[in-house]
Design a protein around this ligand. Structure first.
Ligand code: AP5
Ligand code: MG
Length: 192
């Protein structure tokens, strides 16, 4: 069973690489950002609350997102080969909660893949996507805020996984295919 966390700053390529990983390793993709955007599109109560955080570049509260993710993990179909967690955990409190959640169902994280990309490149990618994405957080002001929040709240999550020897840094600069090869090499080494 492969339970992979794909993490890194906004625009580092989590979603793009997750799509390729799903295809190659037949994993289920769980993106907390996508789950929240679905709620926003439905205009549900949860979506309205989430939108107020997302469009300002803030993280939604830990309790809210932990609840969403634990439901998704418990609803997982029998026989899946594993999961890619994209955008979760984003705080140390979320990482601790994930350990507890997975232990309950006799599972564990295989590895956290940390995609590292220069800030200028992140901003360019997100501004370009913002021309067509319709995402309320793809504008320069909110992108800068997201990058700040990432440094303060999410970067420390790496230390959590370094301490338990489940951390892998991946150079996220270059073509999508090159980056995928780097990721696949790490995953294949974990499967042996
Ligand atoms: P989320 O949806 O997770 O957004 P994010 O982390 O800001 O990251 P993005 O989805 O913008 O980027 P990505 O890394 O997926 O890159 P992508 O592949 O799209 O979260 C959004 C918000 O939801 C958060 O700010 C927060 O408010 C809330 N939230 C979500 N999870 C939460 C949690 N756990 N706790 C609390 N709040 C939470 O690529 C970006 C662009 O670059 C694309 O256009 C792509 O085509 C392009 N691209 C990709 N790779 C390359 C490449 N190699 N070269 C050139 N272009 C590339
Ligand atoms: Mg994404």
């Amino acid at each position: 069973m492969l339970n992979i966390i794909i993490c890194g700053a906004p625009g580092c390529g989590k979603g793009t690489q997750s799509d390729l990983l799903v295809n190659k390793y037949k994993l289920e993709h769980l993106s907390t950002g996508d789950l929240l955007r679905k709620e926003i599109a439905k205009k549900s109560e949860l979506g309205l609350i989430a939108d107020s955080y997302i469009s300002n570049g803030n993280l939604v509260p830990d309790a809210m997102i932990i609840d969403i993710l634990s439901k998704a993990i418990n609803e997982q179909a029998e026989g899946v080969k594993g999961v890619i967690l994209d955008g979760f955990p984003r705080t140390v409190a979320q990482a601790e909660a994930l350990e507890v959640m997975l232990k309950k169902v006799n599972k564990e994280v295989s590895v956290l893949l940390d995609l590292t990309v220069d800030n200028d490149e992140l901003i360019n990618r997100l501004l370009k996507r913002g021309e067509t994405s319709g995402r309320s957080d793809d504008n320069l002001e909110t992108i800068k805020k997201r990058l700040e929040i990432y440094e303060i709240k999410t970067a420390p999550v790496s230390d959590f996984y370094k301490k338990i020897n489940k951390y892998a840094s991946i150079n996220g600069m270059g073509s999508i295919e090159e980056i995928f090869e780097r990721i696949a090499a790490v995953i294949d080494s974990k499967r042996q």
